[in-house]
Structures are given as structure tokens and as C-alpha cells.
Design a protein around this ligand. Structure first.
Ligand code: F6R
Length: 357
């Protein structure tokens, strides 16, 4: 039930702090240590490479997951769009572990890959919000997202749940593989939960950004570097699917290789900067488009902000910033669609789960 919320999407955006708390609780043992089913740890221990298979928003969560597996657990990881992987399978390693990320657990493109890799007797793990879904039943193992039912077509709380569960899985993998880790993930995820709440409580400020940057535009760009680039891809997908504004996410450094030709007077460019390592680079990219007339809306993490930034998110661990920055983009998309009078929960041409290839 929507309860007091006008739309399921807004309700689900608001449910993210509770989903984070639920995940932290579900993946913790009595001693307060992160826990993952030993059978899944066994799968990871025997794997020489992880292949993440997903579509849409779940694919974008997979891109963040790759960072966790590689940077924390030292596990080489590839992320693939399911519909491409089936017909253009890359060279596979000797002992691959396939991880299917799917909110619904019913996406036909992902299932097609699962059917293929099972023929090779590869190990398979599904990360889904729906226990008993097709991808869950057909894979060897399952991790549940615990985000609660997601009704709105545009995925919000499933994305943050996917990233949180991937972070937990990668941390446990790192521990099992004897990798040094300087992060106390449970504490850091608790900080993230507080930060998500702060951004949601600030929805009115974010609605103002929509009035300033998106009210009349036909297109918009999202730029970032490293993890912020991946969040930009998700921000653009969210905006396009419900507001129908043509939106694209780009790696900041790629702009000058072509896309910058699209920048006109007033073109909105959402610039995300949460990564100190590339903060100056992305700010340089923002200046390049601003000099060509773009209406730059910079969203920075506390500690990296400047006076000209449009919005500042609270400080969280560098590897966990997508969990907080994406909330800004979810709310921007929500209000942009609302102001245009669109059907926020049921955008045109889209279905909640895509069960055809
Ligand atoms: C975007 C969206 C879609 C889904 C995609 C995969 O908001 O909802 O892009 O993410 O169709 O769906 P699942 O995760 O159910 O496999």
C-alpha cells in the first residue's frame, strides 16, 4: 500500500534507510560480524573470476560491485549486460562464478545467460529481491536483498540494496581470502543510513534544483569519474525513464572526445564529485562545458565542496558514496517527472519486469 505517499516511487525512495537497517541486521551474526552462507563463500573461494550479469539499473549496481570485488577481495570481475552476453560471450576463465543481479528475479535476458552457463556446469549465484523467483530457483545459490516489495517501475531501493549486499559479500570474501581491509563495513553502512535519511529529509531543496535545471529542458547530461561515472549512468536512466527527458551519463574525461558537441546554451549537466582522487579532474570537465554555455549543477560530497556547488551530500566512506549520491538523482528524477505531469509509477512503454528477450 502507498499509505500517505502520493506515489510508490516516493514511498520506496523513503524506505531506503529502513532497507539498509534490515540488510545490516540480516547479514550480521550474534557476534556482530558480517555473515554470508558458507556455500556461497565456497563458490567464491573456488572462483578465479567473477562475471556479473544484469540489465538496466541492476547492471549499474553491478558496476559498483566490481569495484568491491576487485579493490577489497582482489577478485577479477567483469560486468556484462545480459542481452549482449548471450550472443557475444567473452572468453571465460577456468573457474568462473556467475552472479546474476535482478530485483525481480524474472528478467528473461538474465535467465537466458543462466541457462547457457548452467550447460557448462559453471557456479551460479543470484542476488534478488524476490525469494522463489525464477533466477533464484534456477541458480545454485541465492542472496536476498531484503528491500521489501518494489512496485514503482523505476527501481530505487533495490539499487541501493544491491550495492549494500554486494559490499557485504565482497567484504566477507576479502576476509575469507585473507585480504587486508581497512573498513569496518557495518559501521560505515550505518553512517550511510544516516546520510541517506539526511538527503531524503532535504527533498524540498532537491525539488528546487529541478525547478532551476530541468523544468523546460529536452535533454540533460550526467558526468562523473570512477564510481561517480557509474552513478551518473544510473541517474540518467532514472531521469529518462520517468521524465522522458533525454538524459545520458558520461565519463567526465570522454566528453571532449565527442559529446561536448551537444552542449548548448543552458544544457543541464549534473556533475557528481565524491572521489577525492578525481575531484579536480571532474571539476575541470565541468568548467569545459560551462565555458560552452552548460548549466552545470554540481553535487559534491562534504569535504570536497566549493561555494558554487548546487548540493552537498554528507560525508561517507569513499567506496560507499553511490548509496548516498544516487538518492539525489532519484529525487531529481521523481520531481522532474511529477512537474511534467507524467505517470511516475508507470512510465510509458515500460513494464516492471521484462520477461521477454
Ligand atoms: C530501471 C529499471 C530497469 C530494471 C531492469 C532489470 O529503473 O527498473 O532497468 O533494472 O529491467 O530488472 P531486474 O533487476 O528485475 O532484473
Amino acid at each position: 500500500e502507498k499509505g500517505t505517499y502520493e506515489h510508490y516511487m516516493l514511498k520506496e525512495i523513503n524506505e531506503q534507510p529502513a532497507a539498509m537497517r534490515k540488510i545490516i541486521q540480516e547479514y550480521q551474526d550474534e557476534a556482530g560480524e558480517l555473515k554470508i552462507d558458507p556455500a556461497i563463500i565456497g563458490q567464491i573461494n573456488g572462483a578465479d573470476r567473477i562475471y556479473i550479469i544484469a540489465a538496466g539499473t541492476s547492471y549499474h549496481a553491478g558496476l559498483i560491485g566490481k569495484e568491491y570485488f576487485e579493490k577489497w577481495a582482489g577478485l577479477p570481475t567483469e560486468v556484462h549486460v545480459a542481452s549482449e552476453f548471450v550472443y557475444n560471450t567473452p572468453l571465460l576463465s577456468e573457474n568462473p562464478l556467475f552472479i546474476f543481479i535482478s530485483q525481480s528475479g524474472e528478467t528473461a535476458d538474465s535467465r537466458a545467460v543462466l541457462v547457457e552457463v548452467k550447460k557448462r556446469a559453471s557456479k551460479t549465484l543470484t542476488i534478488t529481491n524476490v525469494p522463489g523467483s525464477t533466477l533464484s530457483r534456477e541458480a545454485d545459490e541465492t542472496l536476498i536483498l531484503h528491500a521489501g516489495p518494489e512496485i514503482a517501475v523505476a527501481s530505487t531501493k533495490a539499487y541501493t540494496a544491491q550495492i549494500a549486499v554486494l559490499s557485504i559479500l565482497a567484504q566477507v570474501a576479502a576476509r575469507e581470502l585473507g585480504k587486508e581491509s581497512n573498513i569496518s563495513l557495518i559501521e560505515e553502512l550505518a553512517k550511510v543510513t544516516t546520510a541517506i535519511t539526511a538527503v531524503i529529509d532535504d527533498s524540498e531543496t532537491i525539488e528546487e534544483l529541478v525547478k532551476e535545471y530541468l523544468e523546460t529542458t529536452r535533454n540533460a547530461f550526467f558526468i562523473g569519474r570512477t564510481m561517480d561515472y557509474y552513478v551518473g549512468l544510473e541517474g540518467a536512466l532514472k531521469l529518462k525513464e520517468i521524465s522522458y527527458i533525454q538524459a545520458e551519463g558520461f565519463a567526465g574525461g570522454e566528453l571532449k572526445h565527442g559529446t561536448i558537441a551537444l552542449i548548448e546554451e543552458g544544457t543541464p549537466v549534473f556533475t557528481l564529485t565524491t572521489q577525492e582522487k578525481v575531484n579536480l579532474n571532474i571539476r575541470g570537465n565541468a568548467q569545459e562545458v560551462e565555458a560552452r554555455g552548460a548549466n552545470v549543477c554540481t553535487i559534491a560530497m562534504e569535504g570536497l565542496e566549493t561555494d558554487n556547488d548546487a548540493y552537498v551530500i554528507p560525508h561517507v566512506h569513499t567506496m560507499l558514496t553511490p548509496l548516498v549520491s544516487v538518492i539525489v538523482f532519484q529525487l531529481i528524477s521523481y520531481y522532474a517527472a511529477l512537474h511534467r505531469g507524467n505517470d511516475v509509477d508507470k512510465p510509458r512503454n515500460l513494464a516492471k519486469s521484462v520477461t521477454v528477450e
